[in-house]
Design a protein around this ligand. Sequence first.
Ligand SMILES: [Zn+2]
Length: 414
Amino acid sequence: MRLPNKKQVNKLTPEVLYCPIIEYLLGFMNDYYNEFKECPHCKSTDCKKHNTIEKLFCKVIVNGKFVDITVYVQVYYCNKCKKTYFAKSPFYEGIMYCQPIVDLCLYFSAKNPYNRIENRFLEMGIQIDRDTVRNYAIKFESKIKEYASIKCFDKDVGINLLKVMFDVNNVQELRKKYPHEKYDGVADETYPAIKGAKKKFKEENRIKKMKKEKPLNYPTGFTLAVGYFAMLKLYASLLINKMPFNLMFSSVLLLPMLGADFITTDGHLAYNITNKFARHLRCLFHRLKNLSKKDKILIKMKKEKQPIDNIKEYLSNKYKDLFENKIKELKKKFPEYFNSEGSFLGAITSNSIEGGNWRIKFELRTAYSVKESITARTILICLNDSIFTYRKGRPIESFAHKHSNFTFEKIMKT
Ligand SMILES: [Zn+2]
């Protein structure tokens, strides 16, 4: 058997990155937590001291060696329900490492695939492996489901991110708290490929080509759908599933957006129920795409193999007309969405989610095979993308950063 390679902090890593962190963590060594709290099982205060146990706070790497930082925690015994529990201490229930390390894992999971986080920790002199990070993210996912899942026939289908960040069920309730904000909703879906699916897809299409069969259009993917508020830069809802997007999913996705000023969608048939939740607008890009499929002039231009610039010009004029008509219509319906220069401020395309090429997909970076792993990362990405203090190269505080009460602890201690 080959022994694992010795883990050590890279000598290129500046000391300022790991020395203060290791020193900070070593400061917890042998700490004793005994502050009383009521029984978490039955809320009784009729409890007595039981025994003290040693717990692993975290592992640090000092001069190429792992050092266990351990602390002591008082165990209490409840006279009423006869169960034992820990005194107040910086640990989440059922998780080995301390809360600051778990929170850091979750924080990093919003910005890095799981395998990269192990190395981020190594740079800081902390030992943790990829599977542990992934397990913590999945634990977070199951806790968030307990806290804010949107159910359909008793099954957890989606996540209500407004509940996670603001403890409200929908925009109607959020609007009561913040009546002067603009709630322009956007809903869209994408299909990130399942791990290994792209390779399989290519192979299958090669065989189909040889047999002269019709090729498959896409590799198998997860259905990832989100609801978003473009002006507030805020994610409202999320669902990830292995089934194609359908009417049931859209009703789950739109539920937290109930009471929005309007909701822009790509016009997928499943969004036909949008009017139940708010006024429904169709994404202009998607509309143009659909119109151009039937556009006789365009079809003729393509048939005649006209230069691409002519086609582009035709399309951009077409879009201009569509856009101008749309703006006229919107001015009547939503005058409060126009600034003094006469520009519309809200979202008229689903581009705010896509941001070029779907920011979430970009942040995911790699393909996933397990639904829980991709869901956990996507939730964290959405939260991180909503709660920010810096964007487009300058400091800027988001609506959710100002007003949300979200913390990892709020969810993990559910
Ligand atoms: Zn009890």
